[in-house]
Design a protein around this ligand. Sequence first.
Ligand code: G5P
Ligand code: MG
Length: 226
Amino acid sequence: MSSLQTFRTIILGAPGSGKGTIATRICKTFKLNHIVSGDILRKQQQDETELGKQATQYISTGALVPDELMIALMSSEMKTVGSKWLLDGFPRTFPQAEKLHKQVGMVDSVINLDIPFDVIRKRIESRYIHFASGRTYNLEFNPPKVPGKDDVTGEPIERRADDEPAVVMARLKTYQERTAPLLDYYRKKGVLKEFSGTESNVIWPFVKEYLENITQELESKQRTRA
Ligand code: G5P
Ligand code: MG
C-alpha cells in the first residue's frame, strides 16, 4: 500500500449501517483521507454558517440536502485531500455521482454495507457522538471509557438530533428512494463490492481482505505504468 499513488474509494450503505465504523478502520489500515459528508455538514451547523442553517431544515426531517449545496461543499473539500481518499456519505444521488465522476473519473472501488433495517434502528437508539471530531459511540457496541465523555478529549458526547426514531424512519425511506439506486449504477461500472451482515466486527475482516487484493492489483498496475 505504501507505494500506491492514488486510491479513490466510496462507502455506501443506509443510515446507521456502519459506514463510519468500517470507514474509520479502512482509513487507518490503508492510510486514506476519510471524507465524511455528514461531519462536514454538522461542522457548518455548529459554526452557524448560512449553509449550516440551510442544511438544518433538511437534516432535521431526514431529507437530503439539495444537490447544488452538497456538490459545492464537497467539491471544495475534494481539492484539499490529495489522491488517496474514502468518501463516506457522498454521493447519495445520481447528480452527485455524475458530478464526482466528471471531477475525478471513475473511482477504484465502491463498498456497500447491506444491513437489515431492524438492526440499524436498534443501533441508532444508543448512538452518541462527539460533535467536534465525529467520533461515534454505541452504548452496547463501543461504549465510551467514561460514561458520557469522549475518550480522547473528555468532552461530553451527545445524541444526534436526526437520530430520533421518526427521523430515522424518514432517513431510511430517503435512502431507499434516492441512494439505493446508485448501487446499480456502480454495479454496472464494475466497481461495486457488497458486504451483508449484522455485525461490523464480522464484516470488517472481509472488507480488509477485499481491499488488500484491490490495492495490490492497483499497485502493480501503477508500477507498470511508471
Ligand atoms: P450522515 O451523517 O452521512 P447517515 O445517515 O448516512 O448519516 P450515519 O447515521 O452516520 O449515516 P453510519 O455512518 O452508516 O450511520 O453508521 P455508524 O455511525 O458507523 O454506526 C451507527 C451506530 O451503530 C454507531 O453508534 C456505531 O457505534 C454502531 N455500530 C456499528 N457497528 C455495530 C455493530 O456491529 N453492532 C452494534 N450493536 N452497533 C454497531 O448524514 C446525515 C444527514 O446529512 C445529510 C442528510 O440530510 C443526512 O440525513 N447529508 C446529505 N444530504 C445530501 N447529500 C449528501 N451527500 C449528504 N450527506 C449527508
Ligand atoms: Mg456516519
